[in-house]
Every structure is written in structure tokens, then in C-alpha cells.
Write a new protein. Structure first.
Length: 313
């Protein structure tokens, strides 16, 4: 399916060096932000108190946030949980206040404004559990990356695997760089979005690499840069359709999903936008720099011994 068809190949590889320099600069900036500012880990990783509060009528979330701000808790996640009358509050850990005393203090403050406020559940997440979740999340990223390399290595050639993983890690680091620069809350849902972006980006890389392999079979007298240009150009319409449709769904979560889905959708939005760029303009130039050739993907026909001899009666 194509909304439009580009008849003349766009010379992407002519500007491959510029694209790679831009990617390198953004990657370095993201690494600098991560090193200087670091990620603003949420309660899932740092530990803290999780409170579920029930109201007799739909809860006034801005009012709840205002009450918590007066108690010294600013910019913390306050969201509906299940229904509009249930509220989930995530509080960071404090060394000077026990979890039981904290829940009593907050419960009293909420009931002073609305007597129907009832604390249904209080859970404490220790820092050791948060560190374990962080370690497991890091291992998940490593194993996913290794799996992508081997998958593309066996499906295409090792040069494609190296190019794809560099491009995909480029997307991941840039997402983390945004979260470090703006100090957005980094939670388990954001980590899930990062892993989703890895899978999403590699799918786009596979589509382009498939067309490159197909072009090596069909376009025998054409240079490698022109083969890659043709592959990217011919998949451009498909890329716009699929990424555009996905981005519409993600943007609906970002603008209408509430605070629960906000950072999850934000990470996906950044990942999808940079995924479009990296699949075509990062992975493909790296494949070209690594010296991919027709012999890497097209096997020479095997000639049987004596096949050229005339048949004898």
C-alpha cells in the first residue's frame, strides 16, 4: 500500500557523512546529560510509599496535589486508579519519617478537606527492591540488544547486525538523554517503552535491509550507495504510513491518557521519531561504511564439474 510513489531515488547516501555527524553529536549530548544530571528515578527504583485512597465522589486530583505540596511533597505522581473515585499516590522515601506515620499524616490532611477520604492500601517499596528492578531492567536491555545482533546476523550478515544495534542503541540513549536533561520521572513504564522502541526500531531496519538485499539481486550493475538509496526511497511511503499511524495512537495516549500514561507515551513519541531517522539515516550509512557488497548477500552460482562439456551419446 502506497499513498504516494517517488519515481526518482533520493540520494540519501550522498549526505551520509552529515547524517552520521548529526547522530554522533546528539548521542554525545545525551551521554553528557546522563553523566552530569543522571536519570530522575521514580519510586519504582528508589523505593518509597504507595498509597491508595478512596473517595465517595470523583476525586479532585489538583486539590490532592495541593495538599501534598503543603506537606512538602511536590511534583509526585497522583493519578486515578481503576475508577475516578480511587487515587494512587506514590511518595518518595524519607529517612526522617516512617511509612506508617507518613500514611497517618497524609490521611489526616486529606480528611480535613474531604471527610470521605479513606486510605484503602499502603505499601512500602524498599530501596533494595528498587535496585533489583533497575538491575533487571539493565539486563533486559543487554539481552534484547544481543538478540537483535544475532537475529540480523543470521538473517542478513554481521555488518547489518552491527549497524542495526548501533542505530537502535542510538535511539535508546537519546530517549534517556531527554529524560536526564528535563529530569522527567523515570519509572518501570518508561523502561517498558524503551524496550518497545528497541523492537519497533529493529522492525523498520529489517524492512530497509530486506529491500537492500533484494536490490543486490536485481540491480547488478549499480553501486552500493545507489542500491541503498533505492531501498530507502522505495520503503519511504510504507514508513510514513506505519509510523504515522503508530504516532497517532501514541499521541492520543500522551494528550488524553492522563498522568498514568504521560511519560510512557512521551518516551514512545521520542523513540518513534528518532527511530524513523535512525533506521534510514543511521543504520544504512553504517552498513555502507562497513563495506557491504553484493558478495555478502548474493551467493555465486555453483557450477557442476563437466557441465560445460557437450553431451555424449
Amino acid at each position: 500500500m502506497e499513498f504516494f510513489k517517488i519515481r526518482k531515488d533520493i540520494p540519501f547516501m550522498r549526505h551520509a557523512l552529515i547524517f552520521n555527524v548529526i547522530s554522533l553529536i546528539t548521542f554525545i549530548l545525551a551521554v553528557i546529560f546522563l553523566a552530569i544530571k543522571g536519570l530522575n528515578f521514580g519510586v519504582d527504583f528508589t523505593g518509597g510509599t504507595l498509597m491508595e485512597v478512596n473517595y465517595a465522589q470523583p476525586a479532585n486530583l489538583p486539590q490532592v496535589r495541593e495538599i501534598l505540596a503543603k506537606l512538602g511533597y511536590r511534583d509526585i505522581p497522583v493519578q486515578n486508579f481503576g475508577t475516578s473515585m480511587d487515587v494512587l499516590i506514590r511518595l518518595p522515601a524519607r529517612q526522617d519519617e516512617a511509612g506508617s506515620k507518613l500514611s497517618e499524616t497524609i490521611g489526616t490532611a486529606l480528611r480535613e478537606v474531604d471527610p470521605s477520604a479513606e486510605i484503602r492500601r499502603v505499601e512500602f517499596v524498599g530501596p533494595q527492591v528498587g535496585q533489583e528492578l533497575l538491575d533487571n531492567g539493565g539486563l533486559a536491555l543487554i539481552f534484547v540488544s544481543i538478540g537483535i545482533i544475532f537475529y540480523l546476523w543470521f538473517r542478513f550478515e554481521w555488518k547489518f547486525g552491527v549497524a542495526a544495534i548501533i542505530a537502535n542503541l542510538h535511539d535508546v540513549v537519546i530517549i534517556l538523554g531527554f529524560f536526564a536533561f528535563f529530569q522527567w520521572d523515570f519509572s518501570l513504564s518508561v523502561l517498558a517503552a524503551v524496550l518497545a522502541v528497541l523492537g519497533y526500531s529493529v522492525n523498520e531496519s529489517v524492512v530497509v535491509f530486506d529491500r537492500v538485499r533484494e536490490n543486490f539481486h536485481k540491480m547488478r550493475e549499480v553501486s552500493v550507495p545507489k542500491i541503498i538509496d533505492n531501498a530507502i526511497t522505495r520503503t519511504l511511503s510504507r514508513t510514513i504510513i506505519t509510523h504515522g499511524s503508530t504516532q497517532l495512537a501514541v499521541l492520543s495516549m500522551l494528550f488524553f491518557g492522563g498522568e498514568t500514561l504521560h511519560y510512557f507515551a512521551l518516551a514512545l513519541t521520542i523513540g518513534i521519531l528518532f527511530g524513523i531517522y535512525s533506521s534510514a539515516l543511521v543504520a544504512s550509512p553504517i552498513v555502507m561504511w562497513l563495506g557491504v557488497s553484493r558478495s555478502d548477500l548474493v551467493r555465486a552460482p555453483v557450477r557442476k564439474e563437466g557441465a560445460d562439456l557437450p553431451n555424449r551419446l
